[in-house]
Design a protein around this ligand. Structure first.
Ligand SMILES: *Cc1c(COP(=O)(O)O)cnc(C)c1O
Length: 340
């Protein structure tokens, strides 16, 4: 077995992120006791779940002698911001290849320039943090293909690029959440959080896969419910399963049963990053009851899912839920129209 603490890792956060009991929100919804894991308070610029993945990915890049990072995402990608932030901390170059958003109703697929990004939110931060290049492509472009072309070009110039996939979601990145699962189990024991269900956004699935592997490897049967931000249940669950399998193999762990992976597809609306009324309600509710900002793309939609599961009786006052706040707040300031 490969022990997790023998895998090379950088450290970008001091200690554990807080686990907080949301008493006012729990009372307001009249259902389960709701706790929140504040991974929005992880290190690097404005925190968020990619920081945990990057601790392992950047260590791997440095071990391979990389001098430049290349990664991909949406124009408001939190993953791109945090990869760039890690590059600044490590003194590496960083190139970003991003795709424009879908049009307002999820229809306007098109060539570059169809939906030019506003100079705000994460897209502003790419500039402030001094990305070595930002290439904006039309929605649906082959981002990783472009990343490989750029990597070849840099290699031809004698550089050593390291390409990080969408969301940092490969077995190395997922290790960050294997680790987080163990961190949370300690916090549950200390805070007396008994038999909770974990509710988490599910996108490129590295966070959820890592959590599932981490809990399983620690002998815990705490369920994890993913709330999909871009895919139906039928499309998302195989992606989670594949990454769970690959991550377990990476650590030489026995396979995790398939029924440990759930990704609910009822809450993302018409497409990735497109606002829904339920997301707006959830963001407002967390802010008003707890002073906690969610983001409109991931945690806002996941919280909308949680609220619906409570209202529809899936969680009752007998239950305890731990909601993962995976970050993304800079994106809130790029989508203010949804709240107007
Ligand atoms: C990337 C991201 C997620 C989704 O995590 P995955 O590992 O891609 O499933 C959730 N929340 C925020 C804020 C993110 O940036």
């Amino acid at each position: 077995m490969v022990a997790l603490n023998e895998v090379p890792r950088r450290s970008y956060t001091d200690g554990a992120t807080p686990l907080e009991h949301l008493q006012r929100l729990s009372a307001e919804l009249g259902g389960p006791q709701i706790w929140i894991k504040r991974d929005d308070q992880l290190g690097l610029t404005q925190g968020g779940n990619k920081t945990r993945k990057l601790e392992y990915l950047i260590a791997d890049a440095l071990n391979q002698g990389a001098d430049a990072l290349i990664t991909v995402g949406g124009v408001q990608s939190n993953h791109c911001r945090l990869t760039l932030s890690a590059a600044r901390v490590e003194g590496l170059d960083c190139h970003l290849i991003v795709e424009e958003d879908l049009g307002p109703e999820g229809t306007a697929l098109g060539p570059a320039g169809s939906n030019p990004p506003e100079y705000t939110g994460n897209f502003l931060l790419f500039d402030l943090l001094g990305a070595n290049s930002v290439t904006v492509l039309g929605h649906g472009a082959d981002l990783l293909g472009e990343a490989e072309i750029l990597a070849d070009k840099l290699r031809a110039e004698g550089r050593k690029p390291y390409v990080i996939p969408v969301g940092g979601s490969n077995p190395i990145g997922a290790l960050g959440y294997v680790d987080c699962a163990v961190e949370m189990l300690d916090q549950f024991a200390e805070a007396g959080v008994d038999s909770p269900t974990i509710v988490t956004p599910s996108g490129s699935a590295g966070m959820q896969a890592g959590l599932v592997v981490g809990l399983h490897s620690a002998g815990s049967n705490i369920p994890v419910i993913g709330i999909n931000v871009s895919r139906t249940q039928a499309d998302q669950e195989p992606k989670i399963v594949d990454l769970v399998d690959a991550t377990a193999r990476f650590l030489d762990l026995p396979p995790v049963p398939r029924d440990a992976t759930t990704g609910l597809g009822d809450y993302f609306g018409t497409g990735y990053a497109l606002p829904t009324p339920e997301m707006v309600e959830a963001v407002r509710l967390f802010a008003r009851t707890e002073g906690i900002l969610l983001d409109p793309v991931y945690t806002g939609k996941a919280a909308a899912g949680l609220i619906d599961l409570i209202r529809s009786g899936r969680f009752t006052s007998e239950d305890t839920v731990v909601f993962i706040h995976s970050g993304g707040v800079p994106g809130l300031f790029a989508r203010t129209q949804a709240f107007a």
